[in-house]
Design a protein around this ligand. Sequence first.
Ligand code: CO
Length: 372
Amino acid sequence: MSDSDTISTSIPDMGAAYHDPLVQDAGHGLTGPGGALHRYAIRPEGYRLGDEDFITGSWRLRRQPRYTRAEHGRWRLLFENQRRMLPDRACKDFMTGFGRLEHLFRDGIPSFDDINAILEPATGWTVVPAPELIPDNIFFWHLENRRFPAGAFIRGGQPQTPKVIRANKGCAPEHVEYTAVEDDLFYLQEPDIFHDIFGHTPMLMNPFFADYIQAYGAGGRRAITFNRLKNFGAIYWYTVEFGLIEEEGALRVYGAGILSSPDETLFSLYSDSPHRIRMTPERVMRTDYVISDFQDTYFVVDSIKALYESTAGRDFTPIYEKLPAGFTYATTALLDTDVVVTEGRQVYKFCGGKGRPRARVHMEKLRAAHAR
Ligand code: CO
């Protein structure tokens, strides 16, 4: 599908419901904490963008910025490290897509045009440069039209550690053992170009996943109408970003949030702390999630096709009618109705998580046990 035969060419009117503050997900607002305009204003290098750089009203940039040598260096550092994490951890569909794109990722920040030359013929998707996290309705509209908005900037503009300072001088690629979750380069809350391109584009090469995300975009509008955007957002969070899959009896990762983080790749697969539960949309839509640390619960699907059929092929109206706004279940909940894959001990969670001495020891053990 090309831009010319997409189903809508302008941002749809989402109706009055969208402007209800109860409907908006706080994390996706424009000017609040973590909001797009706030972060856009503090972007460190190369992002002095003016109005003329935006395509009017669509929250996308006309082109990628020109990246500095240091920015390409940081990409190479991230790429070299995370590429080694993937075999036997990322799912087969991810590895297949990754295999077709990898040559574009080796030499620094890739060009979206080069990626689209492979992605668009495969599944009709394109990636488009976005300045930051963009508002929900515009995000949904892009997805519905098989455009994936990808952050145009790269993390780590204010390096804190020697390895990042070396990468900025062009000393990457080199394999460096990451040593701490608080390293400014390897933990990231906001999606940047490395997360969006490395993490998301390989799965967009898969036909079922490509349809799944498009259907997700289309469903966003209905969720807004029913004032259940937060619940609906949990589906994206627990599948597209943090989803696990069972393949031939072993757990693998398909979620982009996990696959762009070396520590969460290990934590999600090997830690005895989090729960792992079979994914159902009803359960996921009632479940809170963690935005500033690893997940306390991961949801597991049998196949991408099954994920597609359990969500995209269904009308959520009957669920929305029963669902209270907001979340019913804590991130650590286990229910009698859950089909449990592994019951977690939640030791990482209950010691306080990221930055706590016991959490650090927990991760050091995992890294040592699964070092490559
Ligand atoms: Co993402």
